[in-house]
Structure formats: structure tokens, C-alpha cells
Design a protein around this ligand. Structure first.
Ligand code: HEM
Length: 532
């Protein structure tokens, strides 16, 4: 009884302080924005609760159709109204000024626990430096150099699925998420660390690194679907100090981070021993003249750049970035890819057309073949358009600013005055499915739309007119790698395997990336597979 009464008392005190502060802002532009009715908002949890209760960005899609490219919603825990932006000029402006519009500081402690102080976590000067040093590891040439490793992992997936089908009577029914995610984990292990997680090996044991990463991610996904995962970040946003409290929920270290750091540490030590042996053998050459780490993997590229340049990452930053890439680089690609396979299962004619195009190149596909396949390219873009692994983001304005608008808002005009401290939600998925841009079939999986001539002026800024990889200086550093993985895995699977829809109802939820949910279980997308 006492904890409940104490919580109610605390909430009342908080509301008494917060509500008058919000009223002081009553004259700014936010008040003139349209938005959903207050009557459908929860008194304590605002409209934000509705967004959590519905599928992924469903509410934002519905509201954007009704209220246009800039509207407001009631924030939870008496937070001042939140702006939701899908207006092209506004979103472009926000992402172009990444020093002025930052990720919410309240979420940095949990990101630090899960991923470390790498690129996703860093801000300001620290971020600029890290991004500059890390970018060459994701250049076109560097990613092209990863092709053979990606093919090897994709072919292992093809063999694994083929064997399951051969062992079954009338096609294999399975959770495709499990298999795709094991494949992308093997890829990221190989390209980031030259390490084989053997996630796709039949002999992988229950306590292996791969099994531990997979189990902890599954727990994370299913925890994210529970109401507590909605309430905790909102409470942290209201009282940021809670994130530093010694509560297990707040201090959980990412299993992936711990494992990848351990592996990365070994590579760093090996590299230091090599350098010191060369020195003690009387090698009088300068550090930068010594033989460089040879691997094409990301950690070797970083170590090479460290030997050559004065301005480099510390050991800790190298390790934190490798664990960041391992985590955000494998589940994101796996998520969008899984949904694309599901779309192909539900659209057999599209699947047949794709297979015919892939088979026309023969079985030994090269990097150049993959780049030439127009319909494959269209399927990849359509999958990434409808199912962006990271369907929305949040930014906080650090200063007062004026945001340009593509479409003037009634009562405000073509520019919007924003106040320091304003929180802005940007639902990528709502932008990617805006009927004003993509036409009346915006929500339909139709790759052929990418083969028609388009007027670039009607599309938002971003890769191929999509917001899937965000935009501006803080766009996804791994987008080239993600697109190449997507193409190679799709081509390798579809050439041998027919994907069949099971008819099971699958819902899309955010937890923390876009997840297929069946009933109340996340990370589940059943498909039936047959041999071509
Ligand atoms: C389909 C796959 C992927 C999608 C849809 C995706 C999407 C995104 C999005 C939307 C952001 C911006 C997030 C925000 O600011 O709120 C982002 C950032 C980032 N992504 Fe990806 N990503 C994918 C794959 C990858 C891969 C393969 C890697 C690396 C191996 C990667 C590494 C990163 C990093 C490090 C950032 C932070 C960049 C910065 O702040 O400078 N991502 N990604």
C-alpha cells in the first residue's frame, strides 16, 4: 500500500511543478499546431501510450494523414507537447543540423550500458572525430572488399535451409528470424573482427557466444513488448538521474558488448605484441613504417589508421565501436530482411520474377552481377521502404531555431519557431509510406514502382528518397554494408528456395528495432520453405 501511495504522492508533486512550467510556454508556435484530440490521450501517459499500444508507427501514420507534416501530441508524465515531424524540409533541416538537434540525453546511459561509448552514443566534438576516423571502414571500396565473406555466410544459410527442407516431408516450417539473424551475426563477426561466431553451425552449443548473443537479444525483444519498457524510458526522460541508479534494469550490460569486447581485446593484444616484437628485434623503423595489420575487417582498418594517424581512437573507443557495429549491424539488417522474405512469400508472382532474374545470371554470382540486377535492387528498396529496421527516431533542440516547412501550416506559415528543449519525433516509416509521395498504393509491397521514372523533387532527402537510413551527417554509417548484405542474402536464398506464407497473423512492433510479433511473442515470423 505504502509504495503505491508514495508513487501517487510523488506524481502529484511532479505534476504540480510541471504543469505551470508547460503553461508558460503556451504562447509559442507549438500551441498553434494541429494534433489528435486531448480526449483520446491518457491523463498521465498522454498520446504516447497510444503509440506504444498500436503497431509500430501506426498512430503516427494515421495522424500524419489527418494533420499534415507537422503536428503535436500530448507527452507522457506532463511532458510539454511533443512535435511529430514528417514535413520534408523540416526533417531535412533537423538532420542537417545534427549539432543543434541531438538524441535525447536521457537515453545515453542505457545506450552506454548496451553498446558502449561508440558512434551511436557520442555527441558533439567526440562524435565528429569518431565518425571521421570510422568512415573509411564503410567506404564503397571497403564494403566491396567484404563481398566474398558475405557470399560465404549467405551460402551457408542456403545450405542450412536446404538441408532442413530435405529432412522434412512436405517443406520445412520454421521461424525465419532465427536463421537470418544467425547469418547476419556470422557476417558481422567476419567483417568486423575476422572472427567466426559459427552461429550457423549445426554443432553450435547452447553456451557458445552465438547462442548467448541470440538468447539475450530474444529476451531484450520480448522485454521491450511489455508495458514496463514503455514506462521506464518515459520516467527516465522525466527524471534523468534514475538512469544512473544502481538498479539491475538500468545497469544491465549488453551480452553482445561483453563478448565482442573480449574478442576485440585479443586482437588488440596480438597487434601490440607483433609491434613490440618488431621493435625488440631491432627494427628501427618508425611506427607508421612497420608492417600494418593486414585484414580487411573493420578492426584491422581501424588499427591501420591508428598506426598512420596521430588523431586516432583509443583502445576503449575501438572496442566500443566494434561492439556497437556488431549489435546494431546484425539485428537491423536481419529485421528488415526477414520482413522482405515475408513479403515475397505473400506475393508469389513477385518472388517468381525475382528468381527468374537471379537465375538468368547463373549460380556463380559476383559483386558486379549483384549490382546489375534491377529487379533485385527494386525488391531491396521496397523491403527497406516498408520495413525500416529503425522505424522512428527522436531529437531534442539544444537552441531556439526556425525550421523551414515544405507545406505551410495554417496559422503558422512556411517557417516554424522552435524553442530550446523541444522534443521532436520523426517517424521514418510514416514518411516512407506517405500517399502524397508514394501514391494510393503507398502501403502495398510493389517493387515495380522503383522501375518507373520518378521526379526526385517530390521525394524527401535520404538514400533513394527514403528515411530508412536516416539523413544528414548522422545517417547510418553502415548503409552500404546493409544494402550489400540484403542483396546477396536475398539472391542466394531465393535462387534455391520457395518461400510460402503460412497465413499466420504477424504484427509489426518496435522492440527496440522493428520486430515481427505473433500473439504476444516477438522475434517470430513463421514461413514454410520448399525447394525450387
Ligand atoms: C537494414 C539495416 C539498417 C538500418 C535500417 C539502419 C538504420 C539506421 C538509422 C535509422 C540510423 C540513425 C538512428 C538515429 O539517429 O536515431 C542508424 C545509425 C547507425 N547505424 Fe545503421 N542501420 C542498418 C544497418 C547498419 C549496419 C550494418 C551498421 C554497421 C555495421 C550500422 C551502424 C550504424 C551506426 C554506427 C549508426 C550511428 C551513426 C552515427 O550516429 O553517426 N547500421 N542506422
Amino acid at each position: 500500500m505504502y509504495p503505491v501511495l508514495s508513487a501517487i504522492g510523488l506524481l502529484a508533486v511532479y505534476a504540480l511543478i510541471r504543469i505551470p512550467l508547460n503553461k508558460r510556454r503556451a504562447h509559442d508556435d507549438v500551441q498553434s499546431l494541429p494534433g489528435p484530440a486531448s480526449s483520446i490521450a491518457s491523463w498521465i501517459w498522454g498520446h504516447e501510450l497510444l503509440t506504444f499500444q498500436h503497431a509500430a508507427t501506426q498512430m503516427y501514420c494515421v495522424w500524419a494523414r489527418s494533420f499534415g507534416g507537422l503536428f503535436k501530441i500530448k507527452g507522457a508524465l506532463f511532458h510539454p507537447d511533443i512535435i511529430v515531424a514528417t514535413d520534408h524540409a523540416a526533417v531535412h533541416h533537423i538532420f542537417a543540423h545534427s549539432d543543434l538537434y541531438v538524441k535525447s540525453p536521457a537515453f545515453r546511459p542505457p545506450i552506454k550500458n548496451l553498446l558502449g561509448e561508440g558512434l551511436v552514443w557520442s555527441e558533439g566534438e567526440d562524435w565528429h572525430r569518431q565518425r571521421k576516423i570510422l568512415s573509411p571502414a564503410f567506404s564503397e571500396g571497403a564494403v566491396k572488399g567484404m563481398t566474398s565473406v558475405i557470399f560465404e555466410c549467405a551460402e551457408r544459410l542456403e545450405t542450412r535451409l536446404t538441408n532442413l527442407i530435405l529432412d522434412s516431408k512436405d517443406g520445412a516450417s520454421l521461424n525465419i528470424v532465427h536463421y537470418i539473424s544467425a547469418c547476419t551475426l556470422d557476417i558481422i563477426g567476419a567483417v568486423a573482427l575476422s572472427h567466426s561466431f559459427s552461429a550457423q553451425s549445426a554443432r553450435t552449443e547452447a553456451h557458445s557466444d552465438a547462442a548467448q548473443i541470440s538468447a539475450s537479444w530474444a529476451d531484450h525483444v520480448n522485454m521491450g513488448l511489455k508495458p514496463i519498457s514503455f514506462f521506464v524510458p518515459i520516467i527516465v526522460r522525466a527524471i534523468p538521474a534514475i538512469a544512473k541508479a544502481p538498479l539491475p534494469l538500468m545497469q544491465t550490460q549488453g551480452v553482445c558488448k561483453t563478448i565482442v569486447r573480449r574478442l576485440g581485446q585479443k586482437i588488440l593484444e596480438r597487434e601490440k605484441v607483433t609491434a613490440s616484437v618488431e621493435k625488440s628485434n631491432g627494427d628501427a623503423r618508425q611506427e607508421e613504417e612497420l608492417p600494418q595489420p593486414k585484414g580487411k575487417d573493420i578492426i584491422s582498418i581501424l588499427l591501420r589508421s591508428r598506426r598512420l594517424g596521430k588523431d586516432s581512437l583509443s583502445d576503449e573507443q575501438v572496442l566500443d565501436n566494434i561492439s556497437t557495429f556488431a549489435m546494431v549491424g546484425h539485428e537491423t539488417t536481419a529485421g528488415s530482411l526477414t520482413f522482405t522474405l515475408w513479403e515475397l512469400a505473400r506475393n508469389p508472382a513477385i518472388q517468381d520474377r525475382l528468381r527468374a532474374e537471379i537465375l538468368s545470371c547463373g549460380r556463380d554470382l559476383s559483386y558486379d552481377d549483384i549490382q546489375k540486377l534491377e529487379f533485385l535492387d527494386a525488391v531491396v528498396k521496397e523491403g527497406l521502404r516498408l520495413h525500416p529496421a529503425s522505424p522512428q527516431t527522436e531529437r531534442l533542440a539544444l537552441e531556439d531555431d526556425v525550421i523551414p516547412l515544405s507545406n505551410p501550416v495554417t496559422g503558422i506559415g512556411g517557417a516554424f519557431r522552435i524553442r530550446k528543449g523541444q522534443v521532436i519525433h520523426i517517424p521514418f516509416q510514416a514518411m516512407n509510406t506517405n500517399p502524397q509521395v508514394w501514391g494510393p498504393t503507398a502501403a502495398v509491397f510493389d517493387p515495380s514502382r522503383w522501375l518507373q521514372a520518378r521526379d526526385p523533387a517530390t521525394f524527401p532527402s535520404g538514400w533513394s528518397g527514403l528515411l530508412t537510413f536516416c539523413d544528414g551527417p548522422r545517417n547510418c554509417i553502415g548503409w552500404r554494408l546493409a544494402v550489400l548484405e540484403f542483396k546477396i542474402i536475398l539472391a542466394t536464398v531465393v535462387r534455391s528456395i520457395i518461400l510460402v506464407d503460412t497465413g499466420v497473423h504477424v504484427e509489426e512492433k518496435i522492440s527496440p528495432t522493428l520486430q515481427p510479433v505473433v500473439g504476444d511473442k516477438g522475434g517470430l515470423l513463421p514461413l514454410r520453405l520448399k525447394l525450387v
